[in-house]
Design a protein around this ligand. Sequence first.
Ligand code: CMC
Length: 428
Amino acid sequence: MSNETLTITDNRTGRTYEIAVEHETIRALDLRQIKVQEDDFGLMSYDPGYVNTASCKSSITFIDGARGVLEYRGYPIEQVAENGSFLETAYLVIHGALPNREQLDEWTAAIRQHMYLHENFKALINGFRHDAHLMGVFVSAAAALSTFYPDAKQIHDPQARRRSIHRLIAKVPILAAYAYRHSMGMPYVEPDPELSYAGNFLRMLFMRNEARYKPNPVLERALDILFILHADHEQNCSTSTMRLVGSSHADPFCALAAAAAALYGPLHGGANEAVLRMLREIGSKDNIPGYIERVKKGEFRLMGFGHRVYKNYDPRARIIKRTADEVFEVTGRNPLLDIAIELERIALEDEYFVKRKLYPNVDFYSGIIYQAMGFPVEMFPVLFAIGRTVGWLAQWQELLTDKEQRIGRPRQIYLGARGREWVPIEKR
Ligand code: CMC
């Protein structure tokens, strides 16, 4: 063996093992040879929350959490957000390379071709209560899409996979817009494929009785940037869910619905909604010190702060902060922004946050922008899901074309009772 190895001595037996190290990683299965008795199961690693376990090899997104670096297919997020459109970014994330003009036109046309929903979808959305949470509607509707496209089950056929990818990218904003219009009691608006991805989405949401809806270019670009910033973020909770469900060979519509369900939680994609509720609860700058004291006592967390991977400023938060200034020039300044800026200033100087390397994350400012643009808070995680659809699909495709991947199936350490005798109910 080369010296790229790890030598492990098992002090229980005195035996020594040499295990290969590749990419700064050992294979968990190599631990299995470490046993006390020949018929033991063998050593496993215990990792709740998968904080130090690599579940796959990937070439999609690179994050260096300590330095605050994020790259899609090797391109720094700052360059992608500055120069790219969302559909161009989607092509990059899914195909691994930037498209030339012809490829981008073909890709855009393929997605536009699928920009509609079956008429029955209207009845499906109408079946929800008017106050149903929009993310609940989105998750359900994404799963329901699966029933309209049985060919999506052919996950090993590259053509069928491509069709599912086009369909999902085209249809998620329509699902989202229908859910929103239903909650407002407004008629559904058909997509206008002549508009940009973000512009068309704004039309489907906010069009009233204009003859021709023209999205505000600043808001259209801001939304496009927000979609770009959310496009992928490697093996987070929802992406791992997409991969886990995908690993059972479920169709991508159902796998995506599961991923969206994972995103719904307030510790993940629901955080931007939680940030806004928090800022409203704080109410004024004077209340910030008291609020921070309660966070430090462990009463609750400061939403939009901290990240499993970033132990530095989230690079997406920096871009969003800049976008916020442009949006507020159009919409007028949002008083919650002043509370957020002051909250960030105080938290970044506070020993509690400094010691734990807790910085604002992508969700800290995104909610304030969304609110200024006229989105209700229940829509925030849905907006996250629209952007992240691209990453989920890229990761799903990578999983299916990776020969090393198998159905996901973690192990457990069983600590419960064993071999008990069933007691009849009248004797318990
Ligand atoms: N406010 C106050 N304390 C915090 C926070 C916070 N937001 N986040 C972590 N901590 C503390 C935590 O209490 C712990 O302290 P101690 O060591 O004294 O017990 C320490 O920091 C480490 O926390 P952890 O729970 O081990 O960190 P984690 O990596 O498991 O959690 C997180 C990451 C994002 C779930 C967490 O930081 C959090 O709950 N943040 C608020 C929710 C949020 O903004 N989520 C959006 C994440 S970014 C968007 C996305 O990717 O979905």
